[in-house]
Design a protein around this ligand. Structure first.
Ligand code: PRX
Length: 627
């Protein structure tokens, strides 16, 4: 494969893209970001126009499209019912057993959403109430999210791979009264018992009154007659029938909470709002992926993560495109499952994570080459840096060398892409690209001074952006401290990066103790507290180490009670313990038993020293070490 470091756009294709002269748009949007965002927002429906694009008088608590009223569902569903999109497919869903297919036109999607919104209304859900959604990749997750949004309620989707403990702490933090789940989910041919996990997770909950259960896998589950209801029974009740108006809410009305990991403490709830998020997500998909009416868009992310929120559910529906959802994994039962689905359903745009590409590369080109992938016109990558080798394989073998590959850098916090490309830009394998229109980014040293191009430093965003989170729910001080206080006026991303002489940003990775494992965001603190919850463990430290496929692997150091002997059996037990108490995605890859952990005199674990030890590198300056 060629080792080209720059891919110029095909001039013929550029003619067809929405954005051809990106240089001018970039320049203008940076000169007057507010005018640029006002123009974008005007493409969407508002029941009351805003009077001020951005109110930054109480920064960093920014308000966007002030005075405006709308609802993201008005723009994702309702407005498409008024024209020819009414009968076009909004959602194609394929089960892990691919003979199971469910399709929904915009008309049918609306019917499902109205029905379920009527059910929620009858249960007393209204504006501002938080509803927890713990569902696998099945259509009901989309219906549930949209039904909440339609009523002005706030959804809190929790990845259906998290444990009962993780679920219960998130429910307690959000004080949610309703949980929507399924009997189980399919994972590589086996059932993952979601309902059992919910039963355990809500057992001691002070708030949960109702649990709604979707029949998905069909196995028997215990149903508490006081608390649990089958989704299909509720939707068959007379209360579910009839129209349900989309509640018009203030632009700044909360849309969802999404818990994500930080480097310290418990996971934090990122809060996104209707107006700004809607405008940002809509704009980003339109520009970066040139999304069109006829697109069949496939984002492989799970709705439990922000990528699933913005680009599996909201973004493609805002665009009036067809979103494709697959329940299963890419390698089960064979490593060509995704390629088979792209061929069969004529997917045009395919957005996935580098870890998936790296794991599929290992199976060789024979699998994709047996499939006709000519429907593809654009590719995308998200979640972690994509190494040039994986970039070229994806571009060449999957995209046939003709599909521009957009590497999109963003975060749960930013809601939408912040650094990426548009298809008419030259592409550089391994570089995320340029700040999106209306945004500026910089790389600075520890004191906040910009560093020269080519030098690594801390990545900051300079401009407020409409889809940015508004705060950390229940924790405004942490919002200020984590993101805004170190370099006032600029947003601290937590990533290290460097900018090259063409203004392209190369993301290096996290500078804090967040570990990206297969693109999933985990905090060292969560893994450590799962470990110390085991009776034999006194103390633990978790770090990320480089891994060829997963990006990072979790490596833990464990201090045991003095009377306990380390060994393989205990190691396995601790791994399973983390899977059970946090999530199978957090299972440590490597484990070392140690007598004590290196700490500073103030008692902070020196992860830098542990990392150096694990990698066999120089441990550096040890003067602050405890002894
Ligand atoms: O380190 C960056 C990495 O993922 C982090 C955000 O994780 P999360 O909130 O889970 O959101 C993931 C999906 C948006 C970032 O701080 N990251 C995300 N996208 C990229 C990336 N690193 C390099 N390149 C990317 N394209």
């Amino acid at each position: 494969m060629s080792e080209k470091t720059m891919y110029e756009p095909d001039p013929g294709a550029v003619e067809t893209y929405r954005i051809r002269d990106w240089q001018t748009l970039e320049e203008q949007s940076r000169k007057d970001p507010q005018a640029y965002w006002a123009e974008q927002a005007a493409e969407l429906q508002w029941s009351k126009p805003w009077h001020t694009v951005l109110d930054d008088s109480d920064a960093p608590f920014h308000k966007w499209f002030v005075g405006g009223r709308t609802n993201i569902v008005t723009n994702c569903v309702d407005r498409h019912l008024e024209g020819p999109r009414k009968n076009k497919l909004a959602l194609i869903w394929v089960g892990e057993d691919i003979s199971k297919v469910r399709t929904f036109s915009y008309f049918a999607l609306n019917r499902e959403v109205e029905q379920f919104a009527n059910v929620l209304t009858a249960m007393g859900v209204g504006e501002g109430d938080v509803v927890t959604i713990y569902l696998p990749r099945i259509p009901e997750v989309v219906f549930a999210m949209l039904a909440c949004a339609k009523l002005g309620a706030v959804h809190s989707v929790i990845f259906a791979g998290y444990s009962a403990d993780a679920l219960s702490s998130r429910i307690a933090d959000s004080k949610s009264r309703i949980v929507i789940t399924a009997d189980g989910s399919w994972v590589n041919g086996s059932v993952f018992p979601l309902k059992d996990i919910v039963d355990e997770g809500v057992h001691f909950s002070a708030t949960v009154e109702n649990v709604i259960v979707v029949r998905n896998t069909g196995q028997d589950v215990a149903m508490d007659p006081e608390r649990d209801h089958w989704y299909h029974d509720l939707c068959a009740l007379p209360i579910a029938r009839g129209r349900c108006e989309t509640v018009q809410v203030d632009s700044e009305h909360p849309l969802y909470l999404l818990y994500t990991s930080g480097s310290t403490g418990s996971p934090k709830a990122i809060l996104h709002t209707h107006g700004g998020y809607m405008v940002g997500v809509h704009t980003s998909l339109k520009q970066t992926f040139d999304i069109r009416d006829e697109d069949r868009w496939w984002c492989t992310a799970d709705p439990g993560w922000v990528t699933g929120h913005s680009y599996l559910v909201y973004g493609p529906l805002l665009a009036g495109a067809t979103t494709f959802m697959y329940e299963g994994s890419p390698t089960y039962p064979h490593p060509d499952r995704w390629w088979q689905l792209i061929e069969h359903y004529g997917i045009t745009t395919f957005y996935t994570a580098p870890t998936a590409i790296r794991s599929l590369m290992r199976f060789g080109e024979a699998w994709p080459s047996r499939r006709d992938l000519s429907s593809l016109r654009l590719l995308g990558s998200v979640g972690e840096p994509i190494n040039p080798e994986a970039w070229r394989w994806f571009h060449q073998v999957i995209g046939g060398g003709r599909c521009p590959l957009m590497d999109t850098w963003w975060q749960t916090e930013t809601g939408m892409f912040q650094i990426t490309t548009v298809p008419s830009m030259p592409l550089k394998p391994g570089a995320a690209g340029r700040p999106v229109f209306g945004q500026e980014a910089e790389v600075v040293d520890e004191e906040g001074n910009p560093v020269p191009d080519g030098t690594e430093g801390l990545l900051l965003l300079k401009n407020p952006a409409p889809a940015m989170f508004r705060t950390l729910y229940n924790d405004e001080q942490r919002f200020i401290d984590t993101y805004w206080s170190r370099f006032p006026g600029r947003y601290l991303t937590g990533d290290a990066a460097k900018r090259d002489e063409d203004g392209y940003f190369w993301i290096i990775g996290r500078t804090d103790d967040v570990i990206k494992v297969s693109g999933h965001r985990l905090g060292n603190a969560e893994i450590e507290s799962a470990l110390v919850a085991h009776p034999e463990v006194v103390e633990a430290a978790a770090i990320g180490l480089p891994h060829d496929v997963k990006g990072s692997a979790i490596h833990v150091f464990v201090v045991l009670r003095t009377d306990r002997e380390p060994g393989k059996e205990l190691e396995e037990e601790l791994r399973d313990h983390v899977a059970k108490h946090l999530s199978p995605i957090a299972k440590p890859d490597g484990m070392e038993f140690v007598d004590k952990l290196p700490k500073t005199r103030s008692g902070k674990i020196m992860r830098r020293v542990l990392r150096a030890r694990a990698l066999g590198e120089d441990e550096g300056d040890l003067t602050t070490l405890e002894e």
